[in-house]
Write a protein that binds this ligand. Structure first.
Ligand SMILES: Nc1nc2c(ncn2[C@@H]2O[C@H](COP(=O)(O)OP(=O)(O)OP(=O)(O)O)[C@@H](O)[C@H]2O)c(=O)[nH]1
Ligand SMILES: [Mg+2]
Length: 367
């Protein structure tokens, strides 16, 4: 699973990327052009608790890949800025499963906003518009081509083309009226018909307001205001001080606590952002635990026991017999698999069992 960090130039994308990945990519060159890629472990305290019970050789977290992309050039008459990104950048953007939209909300006289003022609502709208223009151009080209393909091919091909045309036309109309695709409430069949286009405004988005280090106290009110104005589906709004988080990440744990106390902040916002982006991807984690490893496995919410088995290995899905299942809370309360079984908390579930976040599974299968 991959999340693209997007935003206008100088909004703090690379600082956020460094914070998430504990990396040291170069920041501050206004209008950066490099692409940064990093893998982030999803924090999960349950793994540590399970490790105390199972004493495994290793602990494996779920992970998410973050891609830090340069801002797209602004569109002009006849030019769609986003489409003029280098091909590999555009491919990364289209291939991402969700967007982390970084918005400048920090004041810094030494580093003034190029538009003369800090205005998150304006900046959000500007990048959203760029992505809507990119999707609109794609939809227009597609409709043009469908005009011919709807007249050719077999009956089944013509029917598929007609169905696709209905969806693309709806998207086109929505975009022209200023609605991102994520707002249209497309059903799964519609989504399947347009999956190949990897539209940008269809991806779920987490808007991250990058607030100044001295403005943290005002952040909740700012978030509320932006949320109220940003009334979209599959969209979350949060705030973070990227600069503080980056500095915190470079400190030892005890030093970090002192620094946080000085700043008057109770918790690091970083784990929250990672957890939120995980949720944004529609993922939940099931867990496996044994003497070799304790591990979190990401699966789409709604997956069944065979999907979970397949996430581990295709052989487990092919030869699936049943999934011995206990919920994390029950396992920890009872202290061992044997106790969980004794108390009737260890259940045998079949193929169609819908796996819940925090289920500890042991897949039984035949070779
Ligand atoms: N004061 C302050 N400065 C920040 C904050 N976040 C980022 N900056 C500064 O803003 C400048 C731009 O940050 P970057 O992280 O490079 O922004 P970017 O979006 O990656 O920029 P480009 O890649 O050039 O578009 C750098 O000088 C950062 O140090 C913040 O929370 N407070
Ligand atoms: Mg950058």
């Amino acid at each position: 699973m991959q999340i693209a960090i997007v935003g206008l130039a100088g909004s703090g994308k690379t600082t956020v990327f460094n914070t998430l990945t504990r990396g040291h990519a170069e920041t501050g060159g206004y209008g950066g052009v490099t692409l940064n890629v990093g893998v982030v472990k999803v924090p999960d305290a349950r793994l540590d608790t399970l490790a105390e019970i199972f004493k495994p050789k290793k602990i494996v977290h779920a992970d998410v890949t973050y891609v830090d992309l340069p801002a797209p050039p602004a569109s002009t008459e006849g030019h769609v800025g986003t489409e003029e990104l280098p091909a590999d950048h555009l491919a990364r953007l289209r291939d991402s499963d969700a967007l982390l939209h970084v918005v400048r909300a920090f004041e810094d006289p030494a580093n003034p906003h190029p538009d003369g003022s800090v205005d998150p609502d304006r900046d959000i709208e500007r990048l959203d518009l760029e992505f809507m223009l990119a999707d609109l151009a794609m939809a227009e080209r597609r409709l043009e081509r469908l005009k011919t393909s709807a007249r050719h091919g077999t009956a089944a091909e013509r029917e598929a083309a007609e169905r696709e045309e209905v969806v693309v036309r709806r998207i086109h109309e929505g975009l022209q009226a200023g609605s991102p695709i994520r707002d249209l409430g497309l059903d799964p069949d519609d989504e399947k018909a347009i999956r190949g286009f990897r539209f940008l405004t269809q991806k779920p988005v987490l808007v991250l307001l990058n607030v100044g280090e001295t403005d943290l106290a005002a952040a909740p009110a700012l978030v509320d205001g932006v949320r109220a104005a940003y009334d979209h589906r599959h969209a979350l709004v949060e705030a973070l001080s990227a600069k503080i988080e980056m500095e915190l990440g470079e400190l030892e744990a005890d030093e970090a606590l002192v620094f946080m106390e000085e700043l008057g902040i109770a918790e690091s916002g970083l784990d929250r952002v990672i957890a939120l982006s995980y949720r944004l991807l529609g993922l939940v984690s099931f867990l496996t635990a044994g003497p070799d490893e304790v591990r979190a496995w990401p699966i789409p919410d709604g997956s069944n026991a065979v999907d979970a088995a397949a996430a581990i290995h295709t052989d487990l899905a092919k030869g699936f017999i049943r999934a011995e299942t206990v919920h994390y809370e029950d396992l920890v309360a009872l202290g061992s698999m044997a106790e969980a079984r004794k108390h009737g908390k260890l259940r045998s579930e079949g193929k169609t069992y819908r796996v819940r976040d925090g289920d500890v599974l042991e897949i039984l299968f035949s070779r």
